[in-house]
Design a protein around this ligand. Structure first.
Ligand SMILES: Cc1cc2nc3c(=O)[nH]c(=O)nc-3n(C[C@H](O)[C@H](O)[C@H](O)COP(=O)(O)OP(=O)(O)OC[C@H]3O[C@@H](n4cnc5c(N)ncnc54)[C@H](O)[C@@H]3O)c2cc1C
Length: 483
């Protein structure tokens, strides 16, 4: 097969025949070094890497892939890799959009998909314990069957895993009520870079020093592999209620949402689309023409739902919202997992991506306007739009979309990075955080030290202490210790 690699082309394979034989002893029937498998695991859902693939190159090749079934096997693989300083890259669903699973220095991909058992549902304490390779949709369906929900419904529900959610600090569409993954997790089991297995206790809280296991949440595979987790669950909601409003501009819509949050009211779904996205998604709603759509979904106990809806309607009306009924929300519910644009437009030469950032309410409008204008300022950008999709009493997450065709003097990658840089710069200058839930991966690594300030060196020191040879997902988030 003829193809080139973008990273690691000069690195010779670290996994020789003897290592493969030892891996096969650890996981009989769960190891592959076939070229076709190595190509499949060369990338995740990072949009620019789809373009590279169409041009005949892959980001980077792993030496092999392993599919463990137990925590002990994960520990044995990591110990073996540690003795030989071989990179280990945890892999969940491969739906990450930052290049987080790209094996930039080769090594062993540890695909967690066979570790998909639900261990226990504790009805009295409202907790579920599962292995982290479990697919998101299978997990939620399993819980629904027994009368519960996790309340974590990312758009990538069908193609992501519990471990990937935890490793990236993911946020689901229903997050305003149920919280983000870090609010849901109660306890963890993980394998560290030296093969040590750590467990924390499934209790609601403890005052026993810093909860060191929480460092794994958001570590994107750089501190170890999360193998099991205990999470909060909720009885399946008895009532669901929908409503929507159109606002003259995004400022009025944000004002309505802020006032809902100030009342300590948490609809499960709140989403505000700017004029461009309203036109793209809600062109059938006449009242929304030229306006900004807000969709709201409340769920839970019937009496609470009614109250939350009444308070939300009050806040929207006070901000001059025009009621649009439940039709736009039904449309959103039907189309919310539809992401066909990436496979449709990339082969036609269009470069696009989505970028989520967060802001306090104080800076929200400034940040929204600065990022939109930064995207529009780059030659070749044809689409620049945004929506707000996760809400807090303190602020909001904006989710921006850009798309365009690189000008003749720019490679697709240079164009892609130019737009990303403009967005990151505008976000930092507007007081925002550079990521709300997609994480750092490769794309944002260059911006992380500026985001974190002195905390970045603390992160580097923690990484060096836990993983002195930088075997865990090297090249992501922080510099490798032995570089
Ligand atoms: C169409 C689409 C929609 C999306 N929608 C959302 C959304 O609504 N909300 C959201 O938050 N994200 C969303 N994402 C991004 C992505 O789905 C999330 O980042 C998700 O959490 C990744 O899970 P995964 O299992 O696919 O992880 P992977 O892509 O396999 O891995 C992601 C990172 O986590 C690490 N990792 C994976 N498993 C483990 C483990 N067990 N232990 C330690 N590290 C591990 C990997 O090394 C990598 O660094 C979307 C992506 C796509 C393609």
């Amino acid at each position: 097969m003829a193809y080139s690699t973008r990273y690691g082309a000069d690195k010779s394979s670290t996994v020789n025949g003897s290592i493969l034989a030892q891996l096969r002893d650890i996981i009989p029937g769960g190891v592959s070094d076939k070229e076709s498998d190595r190509i499949v695991y060369s990338r995740d859902y990072w949009p620019i890497s789809l373009r590279w693939e169409l041009e005949g190159s892959v980001p980077a090749l792993p030496d092999c892939i392993v599919w463990p079934e137990t925590t002990e096997q994960v520990a044995e693989v990591i110990k073996l890799a540690g003795r030989r300083h071989i990179p280990v890259i945890p892999y969940g669903g491969g739906s990450g959009v930052m290049g987080g699973t790209v094996p930039v220095s080769g090594g062993i991909i540890v695909d967690m998909k066979r570790m998909d058992a639900v261990r226990d549902i504790d009805d009295m304490s409202l907790m579920v314990t599962a292995q982290t390779g479990i697919n998101g949709m299978n997990f939620e369906r399993y819980l629904n069957r027994y009368g519960y929900t996790l309340g974590h419904i990312p758009q990538s529900l069908y193609c992501s895993s519990l471990g990937g959610w935890l490793a990236c600090r993911a946020a689901g569409q229903f997050s305003t009520k149920y919280g983000k993954i870090e609010d849901m997790v109660v306890a963890l089991e993980a394998v560290l870079a030296d093969g040590t297995v750590i467990h924390s206790k499934a209790v609601p809280r403890s005052s026993t020093g810093p909860q060191v296991e929480r460092l794994l949440v958001g570590s994107e595979g750089t501190l170890g592999i999360i193998t099991e987790a205990t999470l909060k669950i909720w009885p399946y909601p008895e009532e669901r209620s929908l409503t929507s409003f159109a606002f003259g501009d995004i400022a009025h819509a944000l004002e309505a949402a802020r006032n809902i949050m100030r009342k300590n009211v948490y609809p499960a779904v709140v989403r505000i689309y700017d004029e461009n996205e309203t036109l793209r998604h809600f062109y059938e709603t006449e009242e929304a023409e030229g306006k900004c759509m807000m969709v709201l979904l409340m769920e839970g106990d019937r009496r609470l739902v009614e109250l939350e809806k009444a308070i939300s309607i009050e806040a929207c009306t006070a901000a001059q919202g025009i009621p649009c009924g439940d039709e736009p929300v039904l449309h959103w519910l039907e189309s919310r997992f539809n992401v066909r644009e990436s496979s449709e437009f990339t082969p036609r030469g269009f470069i696009f991506d989505t970028v989520e950032v967060s802001s306090s309410w104080k800076n929200a409008l400034l940040l929204y306007r600065n990022v939109i204008s930064a995207m529009r300022g780059i030659e070749g950008v044809a689409v620049a739009s945004g929506h707000a999709s996760h809400f807090y009493p303190q602020g909001v997450c904006f989710y921006f979309t850009f798309g365009g065709v690189p000008p003749k003097n720019r490679t697709p990658h240079a164009f892609y990075m130019e737009v990303w840089d403009a967005i990151m710069r505008a976000c930092l200058e507007s007081g925002g955080s550079i990521s709300h839930h997609h994480g750092i991966g490769i794309t944002r690594t260059k911006w992380l030290s500026e985001e974190m300030g002195a905390r970045f060196s603390m992160l580097e020191r923690i990484r060096a202490a836990v993983d002195p040879h930088s075997i865990m997902n090297p090249g992501k988030m922080v510099r490798n210790h032995d570089e």
